[in-house]
Design a protein around this ligand. Structure first.
Ligand code: PLP
Length: 284
């Protein structure tokens, strides 16, 4: 079955779908995006993703491309037309098409693109079962990482460096020596006292939807949570470490810069939280 993409009002064969060469997303990365998980044909934490999309758009003064109920419908229709039961829906809004010029165009209409794909469940299951390795690298991104911008050049360079080092993810380290987050994931440790530690939300990180749901899941599980920055050295001597994102929820980290975390096997709190997520995350 061929894939279908939604582009500005039309559902098109994926291979033929495209935006104009003067779309500001293409020319300036002037846009934002969301990735929402799909489980059993339902959207995971849809409301939180839509709220974050609207916040990102507001911060950049880009309008909503369609009213919210229409967007909800388009997401479902894209999932339906692609017959996705377990996968992801990607949606991107840019400032629209206009002659190339840096200032905001006066009358451009925001562009909306939506695609959906199946999850590589085997790959995720393997990563969860074995745990993965991360490397640490300097964080070279801009100062507004709370906006889910499509400008991801430092993120992709970091991910590529990780892959070339045989690692799954890169943890980015700020100028003060603290981990901010992964190139496409939030970063967590379980400290020696069994407390769950992750960096507080703010301009330095993307406030992951999975991060938010996991914080709630941890509290409900009675796991003590501390939102504070941690260093790579602390992480290397932590009991457990893991990464979170909508695509895979939680993946255990068993090695950082080649050094084992704990016994270099997925940690019990990590796996417990992965279970707990499904009880707190919302399907709609
Ligand atoms: N941090 C970054 C830089 C990301 O790109 C992502 C996801 O794409 C996340 C964190 C995790 O966010 P979420 O849980 O909303 O998928």
């Amino acid at each position: 079955m061929s894939r279908i993409a939604y582009v500005n009002g039309r559902y098109l064969p994926h291979a033929e779908a495209g935006v104009h060469i003067e779309d500001r997303g293409y020319q300036f990365a002037d846009g934002v995006y969301e990735v929402c998980g799909v489980r059993d044909g339902k959207l995971m934490d849809e409301t939180l993703h839509l709220e974050r999309l609207q916040r990102s758009l507001r911060e950049l003064r880009i309008g909503m491309p369609v009213p919210l109920p229409a967007l909800r419908h388009i997401l479902r229709e894209t999932i339906r037309q692609n017959r996705i039961s377990n996968g992801m829906v990607y949606f991107q809004v840019t400032r629209g098409v206009a002659p190339r010029d840096h200032p905001f165009p006066k009358d451009a209409r925001p562009s909306l693109v939506v695609t959906a794909k199946r999850l590589n469940e085997g790959r995720i299951a393997a990563a969860v079962a074995s745990g993965v390795e991360v490397i640490t690298l300097p964080d070279r991104r801009w100062a507004r990482r709370d906006i889910k911008s499509i400008a991801l050049l430092p993120n992709i360079l970091a991910k590529q460096a990780a892959r070339e080092a045989g690692a799954y993810e890169a943890w980015l380290v700020d100028a003060d020596g603290f981990v901010t987050e992964g190139s496409s994931t939030n970063a967590w440790i379980v400290d020696r006292e069994g407390r769950l530690v992750t960096r507080p939300a703010g301009p330095d990180i993307l406030n992951g939807i999975t991060r938010r749901v996991l914080l709630e899941a941890a509290r409900r599980e009675g796991i003590e949570v501390v939102e504070r920055p941690f260093t790579p050295e602390e992480a290397k001597s932590a009991r457990e470490a893991f990464i979170s994102a909508s695509s895979a929820i939680i993946i255990p980290v068993i090695r950082i810069d080649g050094q084992p975390v704990g016994n270099a096997v997925p940690g019990s709190t990590t796996l417990r939280l992965r279970e707990a997520y499904s009880r707190v995350g919302e399907l709609s």
